[in-house]
Design a protein around this ligand. Structure first.
Ligand code: FDA
Length: 513
């Protein structure tokens, strides 16, 4: 309508007034009339569910090159009632970094991606718009024995990933990405640039896992690097139903979380073609990263997990950075691919997560296999990620991420498809919801815990306007357990008007009139 067009013009005018001539803010503003608007918008979208003609689009995209551009965007969005969505790597599973139902602006940090690695002090500063692959690459370029414990897919953005926890193959040895953040630069709702010292320990605690788009815009993070041996060992062992997959997966649940912390394992369940013509079977892929050589790994697994039948031929020795390519599913030997933000295939998908405190009985797995046999499960997987090790040693209240001691493993479920047809998509989404409801018997309860970074709006959402503490606590307790209360407290202090918000951001307590 006209008021919308009006506020949009006023917003652009405001941006130009707020920035000095030397800032050249006009060069980093894209409106729908700009020929690059669509390519900038689509560039980092990972989930095609939110790239359809029906998806709400931003009135303006700002790709700041300096902090004054961000400050101007905050000021003018507030003044003209536009919502801000902050985007770093664009991997938000429900598209919250680039979609909103109300008029909005995207602040895309793609130009804030410097990485500075200091091997002498074993630290790095990394800007939010960098990918974790860029961070890995810059570390490996300088050292063979330093690493960083973050996610597996290298295209994931630092900004969202660190804001929600961030786990990967080094988790059992070192914990989460957020556990290694020691300082940060943040722009708050008033446009102030603050660091750990000036923001204080409460806010510094909240930004390390309490969610993005909530407390301000994190520009950069200072992280501690971790030590790894120059040679690590990886393996993948596939077992299908005819090869005793059910029994072996069942056993894995008792063993994986108790292994020494320099071995990380996960299991991926998929439906595959059976060796019998035209038939399908279930396959469990057991993967591992061991921080050491193959000669130590083989006896360890043969002793602790003989059911797997691991042999030397399953194992490959390599460097840590090569293991990132191996587990990320990149079929190249050159680590240069870590700098490529488009290296991995994209699709339409829905993801959900769970935490397991008790092993699932064999009969329970049989029900899972039955669900996977349904035809909607064509492109789907269930992934089981072993916990224990360092995750058991970090108290639940240390950071907002609460899923620590007592978890045997995290389970996640994904269903994907390659073209958008409404009825078809609904079938896939119904399928994954069916699997999730089947799992209720076996997973954590009261609350049924979920991983914030595997965003799932099925578990609860805020209103777009005023959201009550009670409403937000429905999803908030699942993601943060009792840390939710401290997050609400911090939010109330730093952003009482709830300017930074989305469908799963922490609300302040501010009773409506
Ligand atoms: P994106 O830019 O979409 O941001 C995500 C959220 O954070 C949004 O709400 C956004 O507004 C906010 N945000 C982003 N930058 C911000 C900033 N600078 N300041 C404040 N708020 C900010 N997770 C994991 O732990 N281990 C893994 O191995 C993987 N692997 C993986 C693979 C794939 C293909 C996907 C799609 C996702 C994952 N994830 C994951 C989940 C991932 O950690 C999660 O989606 C992150 O939030 C993504 O961060 P991005 O910056 O890419 O997302």
């Amino acid at each position: 309508g006209t008021t919308l067009a009006h506020s949009h013009e006023d917003f652009l005018h405001c941006l130009s007034l707020r920035s000095a001539k030397s800032d050249s803010i006009s060069r980093v503003i894209y409106t729908q009339n700009n020929s690059s608007y669509s390519s900038i918008l689509d560039a980092s979208i990972q989930n095609y569910r939110f790239a359809t003609p029906a998806t709400p689009k931003p009135s303006v995209i700002v790709t700041p090159r300096q902090t004054s551009h961000i400050q101007a965007t905050i000021y003018c969005s507030k003044k003209y009632g536009l919502q801000i969505r902050i985007r770093s790597g664009g991997h938000d599973v429900e598209g919250l970094s680039y979609v909103s139902e109300v008029p909005f602006v995207i602040l895309d940090l793609l130009n804030f991606r410097a990485v500075e690695v200091d091997t002498k002090n074993k630290v790095a500063w990394v800007e939010s718009g960098a990918t974790i692959g860029e961070l890995y690459y810059r570390i490996a370029e300088k050292s063979k024995t330093l690493a960083f414990p973050a996610g597996v897919c290298h295209t994931v953005g630092v900004g969202g990933h660190f804001s929600g926890g961030g786990y990967g193959m080094l988790m059992r040895k070192y914990g989460l990405a957020a556990d290694h953040v020691i300082d940060a630069h943040l722009i708050d709702v008033n446009g102030r640039i603050i660091d750990r010292k000036s923001m204080g320990e409460d806010l510094f605690w909240a930004i390390r896992g309490g969610g993005g788009n909530t407390f301000g815009i994190v520009l950069a993070w200072k992280v501690k690097l971790v030590s790894i041996p120059a040679v690590v060992t990886v393996f993948t062992v596939n077992r299908d139903l005819e090869q005793n997959a059910t029994k072996i997966v069942h056993r894995w649940q008792y063993i994986a979380h108790k292994l020494p912390d320099d071995i990380f394992t996960d299991v991926t369940i998929t439906k595959v073609n059976s060796s019998q013509e035209g038939k399908k079977t279930i396959q469990a892929a057991f993967k591992a990263l061991f921080l050491g050589g193959v000669d130590k790994l083989i006896p360890l697994i043969q002793d602790r997990f003989p059911e797997l039948g691991l042999v030397k031929e399953n194992c490959i020795e390599m460097s840590w950075v090569e293991s990132i390519l191996y587990f990320g599913g990149v079929s190249t030997k050159s680590s240069d691919v870590l700098l490529d933000r488009d290296a991995l295939p994209k699709q339409f998908f829905k993801l959900k997560s769970d935490y397991l405190k008790e092993p699932i009985p064999e009969s329970g797995f049989e029900g899972i296999w039955r669900t996977f046999s349904e035809k909607e499960a064509e492109f789907s997987f269930m992934m089981m990620v072993a916990f224990g090790g360092k995750m058991d040693a970090i108290p639940e209240t240390e950071l907002p991420y609460p899923h620590r001691a007592g978890n045997l493993y995290q389970a996640s479920y994904l269903v994907g498809w390659s073209k958008e047809e409404n009825a078809e998509s609904q079938k896939y989404i119904s399928w994954i919801r069916r699997l999730y409801s089947y799992m209720a018997t076996y997973v954590s309860k009261s609350p049924r815990e979920a991983y914030y970074n595997y965003r799932d709006l099925d578990i609860g959402t805020n209103n777009n306007g005023y959201t009550s503490y009670a409403q937000a606590s429905i999803w908030g307790r699942k993601d943060f357990k009792n840390n939710f209360n401290r997050l609400v407290h911090v939010k109330t202090v730093v952003d009482p008007e709830n300017f930074f918000k989305n469908e799963q951001s922490i609300p302040p307590i501010s009773p409506p009139l």
